[in-house]
Design a protein around this ligand. Structure first.
Ligand SMILES: [Zn+2]
Length: 365
């Protein structure tokens, strides 16, 4: 990579910061117009077409070997988890969010691998840099998300370090894995500091919020009103519909809570907030979580229609699920008509339309 252009920083992600209503308005307008102009595709056409996946993990060879050393079994060859070339050659992707798993180094299982918190910080940085190196291979199709643990003393330093990297556009936060308990005041303060930083710097956040616990309307209102509402410029992608996967009461409460706030707050309704559908339909035989019933799929379909297809984004959580299987489940089990399914799979984050930072001065890439 041409080093002289890599400092070009975050000019384009400030798009929303400076003009937060217009871009989403334009984005939604085109989606709406698209409903009438786009040729509606058959399920077969959609199944064989390439798509935009808003939740894909790649792990560095170092992380794979470190994770294996903690006793974690891996069922596939290493390059299934780490090779961006394999991913792009074998999965049908027009584009993808490549999401770092760096926060794993801050979890209990990895504590034996590092001497101290400085060591941990280095491992986290190395993993985030690996994601940047993957994105650099396909800068026009991939969007990189670095990850940190909001409770760590170096979290803001690591975010500042990633900020100028043109291949690390967004921030992934996995709250349950990081031990964040939003009922604890200190944890909430640290989470707010990270979200404030992201909003101020125009860094979109992919948020894994809960571990599958029950979330009622009150808890959902707390999430939207106490944690998200204060961060006016935050571009938010809610992973797995806000839960650990499967469409059930907790996901429904969170989506309903979003709708309640949207209906009463015009500023909030114009925000760039999206729901990532990865793991929304759990298949039979999956070891974690109950399979999602047809009745739940039907409920989810109605909810998607109620909120608007434009807010929902295709995502697989690869390598947990393959891109093809995730797509096939949504296509065959959601009760949406062909036009709605066409729109769903045409949806893509506005981040894909932005030229990666530095590209303007790097025409040969
Ligand atoms: Zn994930």
């Amino acid at each position: 990579m041409n080093h002289s252009v890599s400092f070009s920083c975050r000019q384009e992600p400030r798009f929303f910061e400076e003009c937060k209503i217009l871009p989403l308005g334009v984005f939604l307008f085109f989606l709406l117009v698209g409903q009438f102009c786009l040729a509606q595709k058959s399920i077969d056409d959609l199944e064989s077409a390439s798509c935009y996946d808003h939740h894909v993990h790649l792990l560095s060879p170092s992380l794979i070997s470190d994770w294996k050393s903690t006793g974690m079994p891996f069922s596939r060859p290493d390059d299934f988890y780490s090779s961006v070339q394999r991913l792009m050659n074998e999965e049908k992707l027009a584009g993808a969010f490549i999401v770092s798993m760096a926060h794993l180094y801050t979890t209990e299982a990895f504590q034996g691998l590092q001497k101290d918190v400085r060591d941990e910080q280095e491992f986290v940085a190395r993993e985030n840099d690996f994601v940047a190196s993957c994105v650099a291979e396909y800068p026009e199709r991939l969007v990189g998300f670095f990850s940190i643990n909001p409770l760590r003393p170096y979290s803001i330093d690591e975010m500042e370090r990633c900020l100028p990297n043109e291949h690390l556009t967004g921030l992934k936060l996995h709250l349950p894995a990081c031990g964040v308990d939003v009922q604890v005041e200190e944890h909430r303060r640290k989470l707010h500091a990270v979200l404030r930083w992201a909003a101020e710097h125009g860094v979109p956040v992919l948020l894994h919020y809960s571990a599958g616990e029950a979330i009622d309307d009150k808890a959902a209102d707390f999430f939207w009103r106490e944690l998200i509402l204060p961060h006016e410029n935050l571009e938010l992608y809610l992973a797995h519909l806000g839960t650990a996967g499967g469409y059930h009461g907790a996901a429904r409460s969170l989506i309903d809570g979003y709708e309640r706030l949207r209906n009463e707050n015009q500023e909030f309704s114009s925000r760039a907030i999206f729901f990532d559908l990865s793991g929304a339909i759990i298949p039979e035989g999956f070891p974690e979580g109950r399979p999602t019933s047809d009745a739940r799929c039907q409920e989810l379909s109605l909810k998607i229609q109620e909120i608007g297809v434009a807010r929902f984004l295709f995502a697989s959580d690869y390598p947990v699920f393959s891109v093809a299987d995730s797509k096939s489940r949504l296509l065959h089990r959601l009760s949406l008509n062909e036009a709605e399914k066409t729109n769903l799979f045409d949806n893509r984050s506005p981040l894909f339309s932005k030229r990666p930072r530095g590209m303007a001065r790097e025409p040969n890439k």
